[in-house]
Design a protein around this ligand. Structure first.
Ligand code: DC
Length: 662
């Protein structure tokens, strides 16, 4: 299956609704391994269905473990038949993708059991360190060789003679997964003596180790934790199936939705957004993210099996900034890097050295992509500082995601900024949350757009202005951008068929609006734009694809809170295809010619109805026949022939449609 190249996200004004979290990745892969190695069968419900868990399941099956069912079916549990510490297959070649939660514990388990195994992954996995774990295992007599660069997978595992008569030592300051891998696997030795594991260096990501201990306990193994420095596995430890086990929702995945429920309230439309699958009793460390969010000013409610984001606390306009120690929440901390763009002061995330050795160098990736949005950011070995952004700082951006699911997920929150956002390779979320962008779309409330398209003199401009005033929305007269480009071209002597020259001019159009007047390079050109000469020139250049492309960004940039009424020819079909309501306004050429004629005469311009009708037909033909964005109603547009309706009746009808839709 090919993955889409990119996903465009519209700017958001709010987020609300509810989301069922997928199962926790950390718990899923831990319990799959424990169930496979234990005595007896285990029935697992709520398992995560993702790339990382599929890799673990495939590996267990390749090792001869019987697994019935698949996590893809949420209704049916997965039944794992434990092998009682004796794997049926003594040899296997295991491809483990980019799943750290599979590579590390499987390496330890296979090395302690002994056999003829190969462990490998994607190229990035071969850059993620494993030397500290291999050193710890070799020190107790396991046979492991590097098949590529020393210190990194791929690995060849043989049959060693593991002995644990002295304490094991393992480093804890690069990845806590090394310690987790050892603790999950050491019960396989069936030692009749206590086994001690000592941690070298300050142990990071402690909540993940706590999760390991909690899962071991479910499988009947007690480990004493002496101040996160020394762990003692009691004599006679043996993994025994608990029979049934329910996997909690993923707390790291919850972070995006809780943040969305809070950020939405910046525009007054935040929450309530409820995530089902975690609560205050959750075992996962990343639940702490929700507490951090509360300290920064979020208003959350906690229930039985759910947490709900209700927006900001009363009296708060934005989230607070400040120093945040992220040592315990390395994954959810990425979400904070993006919410920091919406804070009221700079935010410094500390204790994030482990970001360097994750799916990508996350400090570098975060720095680069936040800057792409126009943010001020700096970083060091184990920290990142993000300054809040003002509306005018934001730049529309295409975000590179580095094959890192969390980059893709946390940057979706940048769509609360006032710009269009593109997420590259959105399919990378399949690592832990294949349905992420569908879930995000289901709670996202895009800045609403009412698109009014139609031919010249159909009354679009009047209708758009009236409706926008009634609804308190912004208004975009897109024709004025084509006219302004035409006027500038006429003034600067750029030929009307010079496509590259015109596109260049449109891309840097110094246009602005003030009190309903149009400014070009600071001059009020409102009247000049309405002349027939400029209108005809606009219609001519509007047929040029590159020019239309160049004006696209400028038009979309007008989509800001609280919402936009946009009129033109292709608002519903091209510029805002996701508009909440699309109206296609028409009237016969004769009716429109009569309106235009009266308008011109009232402005003191002398003309005849025959001339006006001829010009109007010619312009209709040009607008309808050009090769790009030819004027045509969007498929989902509501046609509205206003020949027999006065302005008030037309406005009332459109307002009624809008209220029905929004
Ligand atoms: O709506 P108007 O008459 O101000 O538009 C002037 C010209 O600009 C019109 O002849 C076609 C072009 N135009 C366009 O091609 N697409 C739009 N969205 C708006 C205007």
């Amino acid at each position: 299956m090919t993955r889409p190249d990119c996903l465009d996200l519209p700017p958001l004004i709010g987020a609300a609704g509810s989301v069922q979290l997928p199962g926790s990745k950390s718990i899923s892969n831990r319990v799959l391994l424990l169930a496979a190695l234990a005595d007896g069968a285990t029935e697992l419900t709520g398992l995560l269905d993702s790339d990382d868990t599929r890799v673990m399941l495939d590996a267990l099956r390749a090792l001869g473990v019987r697994v019935d069912g698949s996590p893809g079916d949420p209704a049916a549990p997965v039944l794992v038949h434990g092998c009682g510490a004796r794997l049926p297959q003594g040899s296997a070649d295991l491809f483990l993708g980019n799943a750290g939660t599979a590579v590390r514990p499987l390496t330890a388990a296979l090395a302690l059991l002994g056999g003829d195994y190969h462990v490998r992954g994607v190229p990035r996995m071969h850059e993620r360190p494993i030397g500290d774990l291999v050193d710890a295992l070799r020190a107790i007599g396991c046979a492991i060789d590097y098949r590529g660069q020393p210190g990194y997978p791929p690995l060849a595992i043989g049959r060693g003679k593991p002995r644990v008569d002295a304490p094991l030592r393992v480093r804890g300051d690069v990845s806590s997964q090394f310690l987790t891998a050892l603790l999950l696997s050491l019960p396989l030795l069936g030692s009749q003596r206590d086994i001690e594991v000592e941690v070298d260096g300050l142990l990071i990501s402690r909540p993940y180790v706590a999760l390991t201990l909690a899962m071991l306990e479910r499988f009947g193994v007690r480990v004493d934790n002496h101040d996160w420095q020394r762990f003692v596995l009691r004599a006679g430890a043996r993994l025994r199936s608990p029979g049934q086990l329910r996997v909690e929702g993923d707390a790291s995945s919850a972070s995006y939705f809780l943040a969305a429920g809070v950020l939405g309230s910046l525009h007054g439309r935040g929450g309530p957004l409820r995530v089902h699958g975690i609560d205050a009793s959750s075992l996962q460390g990343d639940v702490e993210f929700a507490r951090v969010l509360e300290r920064l000013g979020a208003s959350l409610r906690w229930g039985d099996g759910w947490v709900e984001a209700c927006g900001l606390q009363p009296g708060r306009q934005r989230l607070a900034g400040g120093d945040i120690d992220c040592l315990a929440i390395p994954d959810a901390a990425m979400t904070l890097a993006v919410t920091a763009l919406f804070a009221d002061a700079p935010t410094r995330l500390g204790g994030i050295a482990s970001w360097r050795v994750k799916e990508t160098d996350r400090i570098h990736a975060m720095l680069t992509e936040l800057r792409r949005l126009g943010a001020r950011v700096d970083a060091g070995d184990d920290w990142l500082r993000v300054w809040p952004m003002r509306d005018e700082d934001w730049r529309a951006a295409s975000i590179h995601t580095y094959d890192d699911h969390r980059m893709a997920m946390c940057f979706s929150l940048a769509s609360f900024g006032p710009v269009d956002l593109r997420i590259e390779d959105p399919g990378c979320v399949a690592k832990t949350f294949p349905g992420y962008f569908d879930a995000f779309a289901s709670i996202a409330r895009p800045v609403p757009v009412l698109a009014i398209d139609g031919p010249t003199a159909s009354g679009k401009g009047t209708l758009a202005a009236r409706v926008a005033a009634e609804l308190g929305l912004r208004v975009l007269d897109s024709g004025s951008l084509y006219r302004a480009t035409a006027l500038r071209a006429l003034r600067m002597g750029v030929a009307l068929d010079d496509e590259p020259g015109l596109a260049e001019l449109a891309a840097r159009l110094p246009v602005g609006w003030r009190d309903g007047r149009v400014l070009l390079d600071g001059d009020d050109v409102t009247e000049a734009l309405r002349s027939e000469q400029v209108g005809n020139a606009a219609s001519t250049i509007a047929a040029l694809p590159r020019l239309r492309d160049a004006l696209l960004g400028l038009q979309r940039a007008q989509r800001r809170a609280p919402g936009l009424v946009a009129d033109g020819r292709d608002m519903g079909s091209v510029v805002f295809p996701d508009a909440a309501l699309k109206v296609f306004l028409t009237a016969s050429a004769e009716t429109r010619a009569e309106r235009r004629y009266k308008q011109l005469i009232s402005q003191g311009i002398s003309t005849t109805i025959t001339d006006v009708l001829r010009d109007l037909r010619a312009r209709d033909a040009r607008d309808a026949s050009r090769s790009v964005a030819a004027m045509a109603a969007a498929r989902d547009a509501l046609p509205l022939d206003n020949a027999g309706l006065d302005v008030d009746a037309t406005v009332a009808l459109v307002l009624q449609w809008w209220r029905e839709r929004t």
